[in-house]
Design a protein around this ligand. Structure first.
Ligand code: ZN
Length: 171
């Protein structure tokens, strides 16, 4: 019984947890790992939204749970003043602004924050710094498939490594 150890474990900080999940908002499918490979994340490293992470704490392999996450524990509340109209010239020449494209904007502090293009009108580009799921109540259905303690390197990086190693860019 090679799985005996995993079955006796509970989801806790420092565990790499493999799940299948489905996310719906207002009954509409947003995304699901069931279309492809299961999703792996490092528990306690903010790889997933806080409300889902805390609901998974202490759970075991084989458990299925339905979790409703309010915006404050999901992607945050929507902020109306987070929308801005910027000039086409603010973007690199090789970048073609299109509605729905996500990019990273650099703040004055040099921090990269995700933003979405929500409107293109000639040279006026409307940019929304809200996450597309901000302000939404998230309904997750999660099945815990597997878990294992994270390696030293994974803990250091704050995310799981697949069979191919890291595969991420690091600062
Ligand atoms: Zn890594």
């Amino acid at each position: 019984m090679l799985r005996a150890m995993a079955e006796n474990s509970n989801v806790a900080d420092g565990m790499v947890v493999t799940v299948h999940y489905t996310l719906t908002v207002d009954g509409n499918l947003v995304e699901s790992s069931r279309d492809g490979k299961p999703f792996e994340y490092l528990h306690g490293a903010s790889n997933i939204v806080p409300g889902l992470e805390s609901a998974l704490t202490g759970k075991t392999v084989g458990e299925t749970l339905d979790v409703t996450v309010q915006p404050d524990l999901g992607y945050g509340e929507r902020e109306d003043d987070a929308t801005q109209v910027v000039s086409r010239s603010a973007f690199p020449d090789e970048f073609t602004p299109q509605v729905g494209i996500q990019f990273f904007a650099e703040t004055e502090d040099g921090e990269a924050i995700p933003a979405f293009i929500t409107g293109v009108d000639g040279d006026d580009i409307t940019v929304d710094f809200n996450h597309p799921l901000a302000g939404q109540v998230l309904d997750f259905s999660v099945e815990i498939l597997d878990m294992r303690p994270a390696s030293e390197t994974e803990l250091e990086h704050g995310h799981p490594h697949g069979a191919g190693g890291c595969g991420h860019d690091h600062d």
